[in-house]
Design a protein around this ligand. Structure first.
Ligand code: ADP
Length: 312
């Protein structure tokens, strides 16, 4: 696999506090790499260092084989960046905004027009090309922001929490657009604290906490790190203690919690746990309203590695 970004031993301090602490990782051509971590874990700092927007204390960063520096313009034009904060011109409509940003890189008018139309289709803004930013909802504005960042069809795209506080329709649209960009061959770094998005989108994930890498791998590889194979949840009223104790002693049970009416059980191994539990409840004539089984999530991985919830 060809590596397009190499970060080696990156450390960035604010005063004496390390926002990023001896970070090393690579990004491979054509992948979507998720940088996942709670707020304050160092995601934005890492991105800003990669882009040479921030000076750092130690380490080396190479993009497309060359060391990054603030005036590495040839490399910078190969990178499309979309920050959380929307940065568009209020006095330009949707089309003209995209035209402006795309025009910074692509001078040929015909070629640019095609790029702009591609970007508009990608984020689904076809009906809004004549609208001004003030006339757009928050979600549509974020889509415009993305279109402005990627219209010049860069090789590398960096998206910093693009779906924070976005309505579900725009969120789906954005996730869909990102998958299309990957299909077209872009390499993407995606920062988020939403593990569900990482599960849908990312080929590989880096879990960050307090400026350090806790784990790297595909979502399946990361889930191998946890002891849990299956989680079963049952909605069941007023369970007695002796019944709970009996369930706790079932094969493979790792942990059991009961907060009336939700019973949650984690199992170390997978086979037949749900069926066994249902058989038992039937035999004991205990009624339940809902029962389902899940694989562990990346939040469980994070919980196991750090003892705290990703969403905190
Ligand atoms: P994330 O993007 O994961 O939310 P950040 O990279 O923004 O995390 O922040 C990492 C750490 O660096 C946090 O502890 C944050 O408070 C600190 N930090 C970020 N920017 C600054 C700054 N300009 N001055 C001082 N501390 C900062």
């Amino acid at each position: 696999m060809k590596s397009v970004i190499q970060v080696e031993n990156l450390t960035k301090k604010y005063k004496n506090k390390k926002a990023v602490d001896d970070l090393s990782f690579e990004v491979y051509e054509g992948e979507i790499l998720g940088l996942l971590g709670p707020n304050g874990s160092g995601k934005s700092t890492t991105i800003n260092c990669i882009l040479s927007l921030l000076n750092f204390d130690e380490g080396i960063i190479k993009v497309l084989g060359c060391e990054m520096s603030p005036n590495a313009y040839e490399i910078k034009r190969q990178i499309g960046v979309v920050f959380q904060d929307v940065a568009v011109f209020d006095e330009l409509n949707v089309y003209d905004n995209i035209d402006y940003f795309c025009g910074l890189y692509i001078k040929d008018k015909l070629k640019r027009k095609k790029c702009i139309m591609d970007a508009i289709h990608l984020v689904g803004l076809e009906e809004f090309t004549k609208y001004y930013p003030k006339q757009l909802s928050g979600g549509l504005l974020r889509r415009l922001n993305i279109a402005c960042g990627i219209a010049h069809q860069p090789k590398i795209i960096i998206l910093d929490e693009p779906t924070v506080a976005v309505d579900p329709q725009s969120r789906n649209n954005i996730l869909d657009g990102i998958q299309k960009l990957r299909k077209k061959g872009a390499t993407i770094i995606y920062t988020t604290h939403y593990m569900e998005e990482v599960e849908i989108l990312c080929d590989r994930v880096i879990i960050l906490d307090k400026g350090k890498i806790l784990a790297v791998g595909t979502t399946d590889e990361l889930k191998e790190l946890v002891n849990i194979e299956e989680k079963v949840t049952v909605e069941i009223m007023d369970l007695k203690k002796d019944i709970l104790n009996e369930i706790k002693n079932f094969p493979h049970v790792d942990s059991l919690t009961y907060q009336n009416p939700i019973l949650s059980i984690t199992y170390k191994k997978g086979a037949n746990n749900l069926v066994n539990l249902m058989d038992y409840l039937k035999k004991e004539s205990i009624p339940y309203t809902k029962i389902y089984s899940e694989r562990p999530t990346l939040n469980d991985v994070f919980l196991e590695l750090t003892g705290k919830d990703l969403r905190d």
